[in-house]
Design a protein around this ligand. Structure first.
Ligand code: SF4
Ligand code: SF4
Length: 165
């Protein structure tokens, strides 16, 4: 499959890392399918977006970090910013949206928000960590993987996210 879909060419990964990536994606998809029905029955939901998908990672991003949430609050400064687009789509659907610098912010948000369901966009490693926490809380979750990792200028599929929401 790695050769057929040219995963190494697309990602620049060596064979062993490409195999791990593929395994993570399959694992994630299986968990999404298993959780889907329970997730669809939830009403109060949160969306977690990674700060690394913002158009800018420096002062050009006008989002303000609110330590009480804890989350960045998007100021919608760039119409072509992926995070901006995701915030708009999710808020229209009634989600509370959090743009987090790391998975360690998520437990506090879930504890204080009384959420029934959560959707997370992140790289495979972060999804694994947060998935463990979600399991402990009993919340129904769905995950959308980053298609380009690297902790800055990361990318996810906005259509896939909209469908998941
Ligand atoms: S649109 Fe929002 S997240 Fe994107 S760069 Fe501007 S303030 Fe930051
Ligand atoms: S790539 Fe993963 S670990 Fe790095 S900032 Fe984004 S979500 Fe966090």
């Amino acid at each position: 499959m790695i050769a057929r879909f040219r995963i190494q060419e697309a990602t620049g990964l060596n064979l062993s890392d490409a195999v791990s990536l593929l395994e993570d994606l399959i694992d994630l998809e299986v968990r999404n399918i298993v959780e889907r029905e329970r997730f669809m029955q939830t009403r109060k939901r949160a969306l977690f977006l990674p700060h690394c998908s913002r158009k800018f990672m420096d002062g050009r991003c006008k989002a303000v970090f609110d330590a009480n949430l804890p989350s960045y609050v998007c100021a919608h400064c760039s119409s072509d910013c992926l995070v901006n687009k995701a915030v708009c789509v999710a808020e229209k659907k009634g989600y509370d949206v959090y743009i987090v610098p790391g998975g360690s912010c998520i437990p506090k948000i879930l504890r204080t928000g009384n959420y029934e369901g959560a959707v997370g966009v992140a790289c495979g490693e972060e999804i694994k960590l947060s998935g463990g926490f979600l399991k402990d809380t009993g919340l129904a979750g769905q995950a959308v993987p980053l298609l380009k990792n690297g902790c800055s200028n990361t990318v996810f599929n906005i259509n896939n996210l909209a469908k998941t929401l």
